[in-house]
Design a protein around this ligand. Structure first.
Ligand code: MG
Length: 380
């Protein structure tokens, strides 16, 4: 494969090239019309877990309103930001898109409340971590192909999905976990998808939080990122109604952070001058980063959202309800695995207690919000 994997943009030498990919766990013949990372992205889009993202909470429970982000629209926004950055830096756009679309596949119903509850239920059985679960979904839990379980994605996509990992889990994962033991980096595409996730939620949560009436424009103006956008938009359009005002501000916020990310990363790449993706992996620190100034603004907004939105009583109410529901589901399936569908029940009945717990966690993690609610009601 030549170094030109986009139609119109040559890839940089330090990008992920499919010619030097570490490959798939099960060897497969090449696709006729698609590159390998494009094929990964397509497999992710066709997966069951991906379709379920539309009914999974980002911050607000899915049925609380039609306008809020769900895991699916969040993932699409992450992919949009990541592709822009990858393209500007001559990196592999198909790979960055695949990683972005897959990054939340392992998320439980009910957002972080769900993740924390399932982790608590699994404390004695190795814990539950949504990021590791995303890898588990693409490596094992999708049952679509005759010759293997999972989606058999390339190493580079899997490397990007596994953003963090404990040493204990890393040892169990083998090759894909090595970088956490050796303190190495993933490729630039993985680094981009990781930051694009944070940029996406920081910005869309301002929008959702404002729509939900949890954040006011005055409160938001205490944040430098927001205030800069506010000053610019209100000077230019003094009579703009709030709905458009917010959106014009968010556009500017995204633009400021993304432009800074591209510039800072470009400078880092120029000074380190990595010869290949392996040189990127060997480097002592990530090369994809924000400048100190913009990083401080970004982190301040993140803290602001944590305090004023994720900790808001309306969001916390949902947290408590979600916690009770998932605890009860976990208990009931542990007590009687036959309450789960046959494909989960049969192996759970045969397994050790820890093995059974992992199967129950897989089943619960795969649920959409509304299915978890229906199951909770059914089990009474
Ligand atoms: Mg995310």
């Amino acid at each position: 494969m030549s170094s030109c994997e986009h139609n119109d943009r040559p890839l940089a030498p330090y990008a992920a090239h499919q010619s030097t990919s570490r490959g798939r766990l099960f060897e497969e013949p090449a696709a006729s019309y698609r590159g390998e990372f494009q094929r990964d992205r397509d497999r992710i889009i066709h997966s069951t877990a991906f379709r379920r993202l539309v009914y999974k909470t980002q911050v607000f429970v899915n049925h609380e309103g039609d306008l809020y982000r769900t895991r699916l629209t969040h993932s699409l926004e992450v992919a949009q930001i990541a592709r822009t950055v990858a393209r500007a830096l001559h990196l592999n756009e198909a790979l960055v898109e695949a990683i972005s679309l897959a990054h939340d596949l392992g998320h439980t119903p009910f957002g972080h409340a769900g993740q924390d509850t399932l982790n608590a239920c699994m404390r004695e059985y190795g814990g539950f971590e949504h990021n590791l679960q995303s890898l588990r979904v693409v490596d094992h839990l999708e049952h679509k192909y005759a010759e293997f379980s999972g989606l058999n994605l390339t190493f580079e996509t899997r490397e990007g999905i596994l953003k963090h990992c404990s040493a204990k889990n890393a040892r169990e994962l083998g090759e894909i976990g090595n970088r956490f033991l050796e303190r190495k980096q993933p490729g630039l595409e993985a680094q981009i998808a990781n930051i694009a996730d944070a940029i996406a939620y920081n910005n869309h949560d301002v929008d959702d939080g404002y729509r939900a009436g949890l954040l006011s424009i005055d409160d938001l103006r205490t944040q430098t990122l927001f205030a800069a956008g506010f000053d610019d938009v209100s000077a230019r359009y003094p009579d703009l109604e709030d709905r458009r005002l917010i959106y014009e501000i968010i556009r500017r916020m995204i633009d400021r952070v993304v432009s800074d990310l591209i510039r800072t990363t470009q400078d880092n790449i120029e000074s380190v001058n990595p010869a290949s993706i392996d040189a990127v992996r060997e480097h002592s620190r990530p090369l994809v980063e924000l400048s100190d100034t913009v990083l401080a603004e970004h982190q301040s907004l993140k803290r602001f959202l944590f305090k004023n939105m994720y900790q808001h009583h309306k969001v916390l109410d949902m947290t408590v309800r979600a916690q009770r529901m998932l605890e009860k589901l976990f208990e009931q399936y542990m007590r009687d695995p036959r309450e789960m569908p046959e494909e989960f029940a049969a192996p759970a009945l045969d397994d050790s207690e820890a093995g059974r717990a992992r199967i129950v966690a897989d089943y619960i993690a795969g649920m959409t919000d509304r299915f978890a609610i229906a199951e909770h009601d059914r089990l009474g």
